[in-house]
Design a protein around this ligand. Structure first.
Ligand SMILES: [Mg+2]
Length: 179
């Protein structure tokens, strides 16, 4: 069993760091208003600014919170089910910060795989993807991959019989074991 585990929005709640920054320079946004992958349109934010600010947040990786508690224990358990790789789409310059963050939070994984564009993940050789991106989820389903969608305000509109929605990463253990 080869498992691809995403970082942003699944392990690291980086949107919180970005919102804190954005709220210091723009009008106020809360996480539950981020109801779309392309939410910046709604707030008239330039996507280039959004992504570069998100990358900047990773420079201050120690201040990025986890999405939930017990990620260390849960990823340890996940790693007993097969090979678990971190598979993350991002700007290359942020890779070292992400690795520091994973290490700091004692996240268990085998390999670190960085790609430039999210939907590119679907072409990689994994049996199951744990991700929060609605765009990636659609691509995984098209490629007949198993998808465990980590529930976030920006992916609530996605549903499919091949998709398992979780609100806590521990739920992924049973899903991988029994499906
Ligand atoms: Mg993500």
């Amino acid at each position: 069993m080869k498992i691809a585990l995403d970082v942003d929005g699944v392990l690291a709640d980086v949107i919180i760091s970005w919102i804190n920054y954005s709220n210091s320079i723009r009008s106020h946004i809360s996480k539950n208003q981020v109801t779309d992958w392309e939410f910046w349109k709604k707030f008239d934010i330039d996507p280039f600014d959004f992504y570069s600010e998100l990358s900047s947040c990773w420079k201050h990786w120690k201040s990025i919170p986890t999405t939930q508690e017990n990620l260390s224990d849960i990823t340890k358990k996940l790693s007993t089910l097969g090979k678990i790789d971190i598979v993350t789409a991002r700007e290359r310059s942020t890779d070292s910060f992400v690795k520091n963050w994973l290490n700091y939070h004692d996240i268990s994984y085998d390999n670190y795989v960085s790609v430039i564009d999210g939907p590119m993940k679907a072409d990689l050789d994994y049996d199951v993807f744990i991700d929060d991106s609605p765009l990636n989820a659609i691509k995984f389903i098209e490629n007949n991959k198993k998808v465990i969608l980590y529930s976030q305000p920006w992916n609530q509109h996605i549903s499919d019989e091949k998709l398992f929605r979780i609100s806590n990463l521990s739920e992924a253990i049973k899903i991988i074991k029994f499906n």
